[in-house]
Design a protein around this ligand. Structure first.
Ligand SMILES: NC(=O)c1ccc[n+]([C@@H]2O[C@H](COP(=O)([O-])OP(=O)(O)OC[C@H]3O[C@@H](n4cnc5c(N)ncnc54)[C@H](O)[C@@H]3O)[C@@H](O)[C@H]2O)c1
Length: 271
């Protein structure tokens, strides 16, 4: 259902790899709500993924490659995007995460530190780099909304999530710290959404994902929030209806984060 909540707005969406990606659903919903978008992903993902199909469904949105850890790539992206739009940007979605330690099977207490630094750079510092580049180039309009996707492993330990838990803690901290300075400087707001598990490439790469997905479903009074639900929430945060919300980590998880235990989970132990 479209309400033209983003009519006239222009945004950059990072991280749509394939149709399971959360960013994929956000891109489609943003266009449905009247936004014009530019899609971006790492050059290697552009070669492997199916982002061109998404671009075609988004009124032929430009696809601009950028490794989100590279300042020159980000400068090029913001310059090209503002040129394409003929003006500044109103919203940015950072939907980026990757841990080489998870991928290569290094346990948290047997970590490879080069991998660990890459996890932090790709999954958290890149959020800072995106905003610092945008601010330096003065690429965002006042009241623009910048969002990143997080996970509750920032607050609580989830075995298998590994160094991504540390990356998410840093990501949420960057949202607070940059939200402060960008808010005072330009009235730009910065938030993270802490999302339920979703079976995407990044999500299902985490060890034990399937069991955990079922557990979270049973623990959450509303069940797991889907990628489509997440896209709807992102749209509200890009819209003017939430213009005084900033520096927050917003749980979007069907109530999982505030449930101690559920009857459904207890029943499993009584069997
Ligand atoms: N799937 C889940 O269960 C879940 C839950 C909570 C939060 N999240 C977060 O949502 C975000 C999106 O993940 P997803 O689940 O849609 O998976 P996904 O695998 O579809 O998306 C991850 C994206 O990160 C991109 N990426 C990796 N390295 C990059 C780099 N150097 N530069 C630019 N882009 C790069 C990938 O190409 C990919 O498009 C991530 O931050 C993830 O941690 C996912």
């Amino acid at each position: 259902m479209a309400n033209q909540l983003l009519s006239g707005k222009k945004g950059i969406i990072f991280g749509a790899l394939d149709e399971r990606s959360i960013a994929w659903k956000v891109a489609l919903r943003a266009v449905e709500e009247g936004a014009e978008i530019v899609l971006s992903n790492a050059p290697v993902a552009l070669r492997m993924g199916t982002i061109k199909e998404l671009a075609a469904q988004c009124n032929n949105a430009p696809v601009i490659g950028a490794d989100a850890t590279s300042i020159p790539d980000l400068e090029n992206l913001f310059n090209q995007a503002t040129e394409h739009f003929g003006g500044k940007i109103d919203f940015v979605l950072h939907s980026i995460g990757m841990s080489p330690n998870v991928r290569k099977g290094f346990a948290y207490d047997g970590t490879n530190y080069d991998n660990f630094l890459k996890t932090l750079d790709i999954s958290a510092l890149s959020f800072h780099k995106v905003m610092q580049t945008a601010k330096k180039l003065d690429a965002l309009n006042e009241w623009a909304s910048v969002l990143a996707l997080s996970y509750i492993a920032a607050q609580r330990t989830f075995p298998g999530y590994n160094d991504m838990g540390d990356a998410k803690a840093l990501l949420e901290s960057i949202a607070r710290s940059f939200g402060y300075s960008y808010g005072f400087a330009k009235k730009v707001r910065v938030n993270t959404i802490s999302q339920s598990p979703v079976p995407t490439t990044a999500g299902s790469g985490v060890a034990g994902f399937d069991g955990f997905y079922g557990y979270a479903e049973k623990m959450s009074p509303l069940g797991n929030a889907s990628a489509a639900d997440c896209a709807n929430y992102c749209i509200t945060l890009f819209s003017d209806l939430t213009r005084m919300v900033t520096m927050q980590n917003l749980f979007h998880d069907g109530g999982f984060s505030f449930t101690g235990v559920s009857e459904g989970v207890v029943e499993r132990f009584n069997q």
